[in-house]
Design a protein around this ligand. Structure first.
Ligand code: GLY
Length: 307
């Protein structure tokens, strides 16, 4: 059973992704069909052209892709003025001997590959949010680190989200993909889990594919995406593997602890999505043969204790 699954932020691209899957395109192409429209739509806050820049008011985006057939990976981080960073990550994977490019090097590679340099990545709403953030916190731009550690999580209410897509194509190939603008007002140069293979995404045709959203600092520490696939390798079902990885996250001590969403599929077409804190999030799933994609609710696991 071939399928494509995305988190709620990816819904805008799901019709295109479902069409690509039904036309017999590869799992990697299905991911790109879903993610690219989200990146180009500045009404989607947390990906590509979007809403929340870093602490200097500059949009820096991250993306990653893994091909479950070959275990090849491409990723980019802290890229400025390029919209389609997921496509760029794919080109890192297919054109270079490297796995990850960041910052100026990633942008240079994008321009060499014929990508357009965008003059503006931050929406008007995002510019207002940024000015409000500067004003409300009396931000001194020479001391950014003072403003980035949320003492009370409720005061840091902006989403820390990502578009994630997972696909299983008709040939049995699995793939995982991510694209994000990362935390709003993050420290310049900060990478989350979205460009980190094993943390934010992982795919292996033999066992399964996984992608994570929200607090990337945690999934990097727990190697969450790789762990989920490894638990499946050791015999866990998709659901059991995700719950086991959530336990690993729960065991983290200190540092910034927030919510994490884990999305996973296996080679048989089973899937499971959980979130570690209460929230009203859905995800979208399209299984080949159905007329359209549908929304389902994520499974909520008990809240983490605060730091
Ligand atoms: N998971 C998105 C981020 O931490 O940037």
């Amino acid at each position: 059973m071939s399928l494509v699954l995305c988190n709620y932020c990816g819904e805008y691209g799901m019709t295109d992704a479902a069409e690509a899957l039904s036309s017999g395109e590869s799992a990697l192409d299905v991911l790109e069909a879903g993610i690219a429209p989200c990146e180009a739509n500045s009404d989607i806050d947390i990906v590509g052209k979007g809403r929340w820049p870093n602490a200097l008011g500059v949009m820096q985006t991250d993306a990653g892709v893994m091909d479950g057939a070959t275990l090849q990976v491409g990723s980019v981080g802290a890229v400025e003025n390029i919209t389609h960073v997921f496509s760029l990550a794919r080109l890192v994977q297919s054109k270079l001997p490297h796995v990850c490019l960041v910052g100026e090097g990633a942008k240079r590679f994008a321009l060499e590959m014929g990508f357009t340099e965008e003059a503006e990545m931050v929406s008007e709403l995002g510019k207002q949010d940024y000015q409000n953030w500067l004003r409300e916190n009396n931000v001194d731009l020479s001391q950014l680190s003072k403003y980035l550690w949320p003492k009370d999580k409720d005061t840091y209410s902006f989403h820390k989200d990502t578009v994630i897509y997972l696909a299983l194509d008709a040939r049995g190939n699995l793939a995982a993909g991510t694209s994000t603008t990362g935390w709003p007002f993050k420290y310049p140069g900060r990478l989350g889990d979205s460009p980190i293979c094993g943390a934010g995404f992982y795919a292996d045709n033999r066992y399964g594919a996984c992608a994570c959203t929200n607090t990337g600092e945690m999934t990097i520490r727990a190697s969450t995406a790789r762990s989920v696939v490894l638990y499946m390798k050791k015999g866990a079902s998709v659901r059991e593997a995700c719950l086991e990885a959530a336990e690993d996250l729960n065991d983290l001590q200190g540092g910034y602890l927030g919510s994490v969403s884990i999305h996973a599929i296996d080679p048989k077409g089973d899937y499971f999505v959980l979130m570690t804190e209460d929230s009203e999030q859905d995800f979208c799933i399209f299984e080949e043969g159905n007329p359209a994609f549908r929304r389902e609710e994520v499974f909520l696991v008990p809240k983490y204790s605060a730091t």
